[in-house]
Ligand binder design. Sequence first.
Ligand code: ZN
Length: 193
Amino acid sequence: MNLEPEYREGLDQLAVHYKEVLALLGEDPSREGLEKTPMRVAKAMQVLTRGYTQDARKVLTAALFEEKYNQMVIVKDIDFFSMCEHHMLPFFGKVHVAYIPNGYITGLSKIARVVDIFSHRLQVQERMTQQIKDCIQDTLKPLGVMVVVEAKHLCMQMRGVEKQNSITTTSDFSGAFNQAKTREEFMNLIRPK
Ligand SMILES: [Zn+2]
């Protein structure tokens, strides 16, 4: 089978397994409404995990620009959708990134791209936060970087484990952001007015 570019190896096999899953859940996979579901799910899952085949560091190293600007650069409200690795259910929300350049900056869209790559994998919010921070730190080598992630987890909300609408916030930082004053400056700037 010729794969469309957004799909990868194993697609047919995935669909076979999802058909089995449907039967195990008590469904009739041959009824009309479900006939194409296994392949649809297989394709959706491959898209939602496409980050495994993408290299976030390469995205940044390919888009470094020399620049003397050394004030805080902030990219806030980057929407993301990911899936928790414990239940394979969505968690989603916003990522805010700040860094203080040390000779190099990158395109703002590239930061969003990095978020997209790490979120399109099975994740825990804490690790995703750290991976985004590490990726920016390792490639741009800024004076400091801070990442804040605010998310709702459907695995908690749908199962009633947490109050509806509760938001989980995680953050990670390096360098200049070890100073409380610098972190505060960033937190004030991303706080909804
Ligand atoms: Zn979960």
